[in-house]
Ligand binder design. Structure first.
Ligand code: PLP
Length: 384
């Protein structure tokens, strides 16, 4: 058991065996010559950065990636010593801090490099990866002359080490690969402008890594499929191996009652019982990420589906039960109960969004319970 416990019966279970399985499958898929960069931005897509980073490194990842410097520093402070790449933009003034903590930064502007070098110390090199914009249009070098300028100033700067070059695909999760092929050929072209190729060349997110070996080069950036989720529903059927979802979300019935036909429920009294009904109260609400638009979504109780009824409140919501259940009965919002299951994709579809957004939106106040070899290995409750 971990150092902390939790006192409200709502928790996200994080199955580290599933994580290891997903990484090992990808390791086999890409082969020994390709490095695996585990993407643990946004608190590891809501799964918890520290435990996911440690488990990913133990399962075959050798580099981590996050969105911004604060996320990288947070991992360092939790004792993660592996190399970490910051995928987003950083301020030039923070280059020294990054170098001190051995955090790799993404660079794409000559001015940035000039300014950052003013803050760097000669005995503490900053590792950088150059980002090329081959068609995503977010961050990256788009022109040859800028690329050459960057290459030159890196060469002239003893406190900067160019370790990698990368780009990001915009459409790798779509069936039609035309735009991906365009981006890939653009990358090859821009790569030919370099006098010297740096150590790491990486392009692939999960979707590209799963589907297009020609995009593997010598490293991939694995995010969503490490968490056992398909990059998009449209490619799920054609994936080279089955993914195992890592996160499930559970709560327990804290109150059960029979209400009379015509009784009304929750804020606005918008729900009216059509008959005498069994109603359960769940201690989870929109402040936990179970947002109001999930009204009508089903949950699992004893392997049976039960719909959320009435408005979802900040900390609680109500379900219409198929029959009476005792207080304390486990209710699954995402995950399995016997033969029944509710996937992250089902929730994403209900909310008209992507599965990435669903795991990210499960709030920090929901404790994460880590399981390995079927045993609880740690309980992380940021409140206590
Ligand atoms: C988030 C992110 C990834 C991971 O993408 P997945 O689709 O989750 O595998 C890779 N590269 C960059 C630049 C990213 O921002």
């Amino acid at each position: 058991m971990g150092q902390t416990n939790f006192y409200r019966d709502t928790w996200a279970e994080i199955n580290l065996d599933a994580l290891s399985y997903n990484i090992e499958k990808m390791r086999q898929h890409i082969g020994n010559d390709v490095k695996l960069i585990a993407v643990v931005k946004a608190n590891a897509y809501g799964h918890g950065d520290e435990d996911i980073a440690a488990a990913a490194l133990a399962s075959g990842a050798s580099y981590l990636a996050v969105a911004f410097l604060d996320e990288a520093l947070a991992l360092r402070k939790k004792g993660i010593n592996a190399p970490i790449l910051v995928l987003g933009a950083c301020r030039p003034i923070d280059a020294r801090l990054a170098a001190e903590w051995e955090i790799t930064l993404t660079v794409f502007q000559p001015q940035w490099l000039e300014e950052a070098s003013l803050y760097l110390l000669p005995d503490k090199k900053l590792k950088i990866h150059l980002k090329l914009d081959t068609g995503m249009g977010r961050l990256g070098v788009r022109e040859k002359d800028i690329l050459k300028k960057l290459e030159l100033s890196i060469k002239q700067n003893a406190s900067i080490h160019l370790e990698g070059v990368y780009t990001h695909f915009a459409t790798a999760d779509e069936i039609d690969s035309t735009y991906l092929e365009y981006q890939l050929s653009h990358f090859h072209k821009m790569l030919s402008y370099f006098d010297e190729r740096p150590k790491f060349l990486h392009l692939s997110n999960s979707a590209a890594a799963l589907r297009f070996p020609s995009t593997h080069f010598n490293a991939i950036r694995l995010g969503i499929s490490m968490y056992g989720l398909s990059p998009s529903p449209e490619i799920e059927e054609d994936l080279p191996y089955r993914l195992k979802p890592v996160l499930s979300l559970h709560t327990k019935l804290v109150h059960v009652k029979k209400i009379k036909k015509g009784s009304k429920l929750s804020y606005g009294a918008t729900y009216e019982a059509e008959e005498d009904e069994w109603i359960g109260t769940l201690p989870i609400g929109y402040a936990d990420g179970w947002i109001r638009r999930l009204n009508g979504q089903e949950v699992l109780v004893n392997g049976l589906r039960a719909p959320i009824v009435g408005r979802i409140c900040m900390d609680q919501c109500l379900v219409k039960l198929p029959n009476e259940f005792p207080v304390g009965t486990v209710v699954t919002l995402i995950g399995r109960q016997g033969g029944a299951s509710i996937s992250v994709n089902e929730i994403a579809k209900k909310l008209d969004t992507i599965n990435y957004e669903i795991t990210c939106m499960i709030a920090g106040r929901v404790p994460r319970v880590y399981k390995k070899d079927g045993q609880v290995t740690r309980i992380l409750n940021p409140l206590l």
